[in-house]
Design a protein around this ligand. Structure first.
Ligand SMILES: Cc1cc2nc3c(=O)[nH]c(=O)nc-3n(C[C@H](O)[C@H](O)[C@H](O)COP(=O)(O)OP(=O)(O)OC[C@H]3O[C@@H](n4cnc5c(N)ncnc54)[C@H](O)[C@@H]3O)c2cc1C
Length: 430
């Protein structure tokens, strides 16, 4: 007999859980929004299919890539894969050749521009030290203080570490967890396969990348997807638990932490989440009158408000379109929409004198884009304190900051735990 399972939330975690459960359970997937995908989904702007925020994936996202293939998406078709490249238009530039780790990094560092030899050695030393320590920090501390202790210079901090921490952890370095940063470095720069550190830049919008094919696959595999249906109450005391009055053998809550607390209604979880903070990510879409000649598909800016510029024309063919990403809170937070746009365009014009006139712009700030990857963040367990209750979401993947891969891994892990418990209970009753 198959269990009847309710999954609440059709972000990447809920979709991953539903795909994992579909062959073995009767699944109903509830999503409050009109569209699935949560914090990584398509939005229509100016007649173009864009995203609620520019995302990047890396080769180490093995579960995301596996899920994509499973629902019929060929990653090579929808993702532009490029060797690790760090190109700040006004700062450090480093291109890692397609060699096995750590050779790719070594050669990348040797040829790096914008860093003196002393800084290159200091960077190589700290990465070697992390590798020797198997990427374990011991007692977790703030990334900034750890890096200062390791003798990383001001130039390295501003030209490499700060932008890297903001891009990967979306948290200011003074509060970001060094252990989480080390985990990300372990699975990218430190991985044995050079592929793990490759940058995978979406050529299509995020819904076309995974969400829509996943929904089609789920429908074809018997999953009942209920879009626009916000779950308002789960009765965990009922046996079996009830979701808005309907009985299910198990319930998997796959929402962001700030939504899970009210659905789960567990004092311990609410207490734990009180200490959590959230950080914004801003994506500014700039549509110019003509082609913008960026030096790289993903170009960084060290001395600017706009942190990364993405060449959307090169990636997905939208003529004259550039997306600019600004991670975490900072001095930009005080600017109005018009001021921010003006500032970013001025920064671009300073570096690219031939920049065509701006035709149109759109600014999306996701205020709670990710949880702050702070030092010593304690994560809840996948199994809830109630029978047949499970949690999934990027915040459950203890090894990672908030990422698509963390969401996918947590969804798969929760689905597997659920099926394991169900099988055990079922076998015991036979
Ligand atoms: C602007 C931005 C840029 C980002 N950039 C990157 C990046 O470059 N690379 C990367 O790896 N990650 C990035 N991330 C993080 C990544 O998008 C998230 O980690 C991931 O999407 C989280 O997925 P999730 O399924 O855990 O949660 P969510 O996406 O939040 O999904 C939860 C779902 O639950 C639904 N829900 C909530 N309450 C209910 C209810 N009561 N009933 C039914 N449904 C409910 C919500 O509507 C939502 O669809 C970025 C995030 C943002 C916002």
């Amino acid at each position: 007999m198959k269990p009847r399972v309710a999954i609440i939330g059709a972000g990447w975690a809920g979709l991953a859980a539903a795909i994992t459960l579909a062959p073995a359970a009767n699944v109903v997937l509830f999503e409050a929004g009109k569209a699935a995908g949560g914090r990584a989904r398509r939005v229509g702007l100016g007649g173009m299919a864009l995203d609620n925020g520019q995302h990047i994936l890396i080769g180490a996202y093995r579960e995301c890539l596996r899920l994509m293939r499973g629902v019929g998406v060929d990653p090579a078709r929808v993702l532009a894969s490029q060797p690790l490249c760090w190109h700040q238009i006004d700062g450090v530039q480093m291109q890692c050749p397609a060699l096995p780790a750590p050779l790719h990094l070594l050669f990348g560092l040797l040829g790096a521009k914008g860093l003196c030899w002393r800084d290159k050695l200091a960077l190589a030393r700290v990465l070697t030290q992390l590798r020797v320590r198997r990427w374990q920090i011991g007692h977790d501390v703030a990334a900034l203080s750890w890096l200062l202790q390791q003798g990383q210079s001001a130039a390295l901090l501003s030209g490499f570490w700060t932008p890297l921490i903001l891009a990967t952890l979306n948290t200011p370095p003074a509060q970001a967890s060094m252990q989480l940063l080390a985990n990300v470095l372990r699975d990218s720069l430190g991985a044995a396969q050079a592929d793990a550190s490759r940058l995978l830049l979406p050529k299509v919008d995020l819904s076309a990348l995974f969400v829509d094919p996943a929904l089609q696959w789920l429908a074809a595999n018997g999953v009942d997807v209920c879009l626009g249906q916000r779950v308002t109450a789960v009765d965990w005391q009922a046996s079996p638990p009830q979701v808005d009055g309907a009985a299910f053998d198990a319930v998997l809550v796959a929402t962001a932490p700030y939504h899970a607390a009210s659905i789960v209604n567990d004092e311990k979880l609410s207490g734990l989440l009180k200490a959590w903070q959230y950080q914004p990510i801003t994506t500014l879409y700039l549509h110019f009158e003509g082609r913008v000649a960026l030096p790289q598909t993903m170009t960084g800016v060290q001395h600017g408000v706009g942190q990364w510029w993405f060449d959307r024309e090169a990636l997905s063919g939208e003529a004259g379109l550039v997306s600019v990403v600004i991670s975490a809170e900072g001095r930009h937070s005080a600017l109005t929409r018009a001021q921010l746009t003006e500032r970013v365009v001025a920064e671009m014009r300073q570096q690219l004198p031939d920049l065509p006139p701006l035709r149109q712009s759109w600014l999306i700030t996701e205020q709670r884009a990710t949880f702050a990857a702070n030092v010593g963040l304690s994560r809840p367990a996948i199994r809830l304190n109630v029978k047949s209750g499970y949690l999934a979401g990027d915040w459950l993947c203890a090894d990672y900051p908030a990422t698509l891969e963390g969401a996918a891994r947590s969804g798969i892990a929760a689905a597997r735990a659920l099926m394991q418990d169900w099988k055990q209970e079922h076998d015991a009753n036979v």
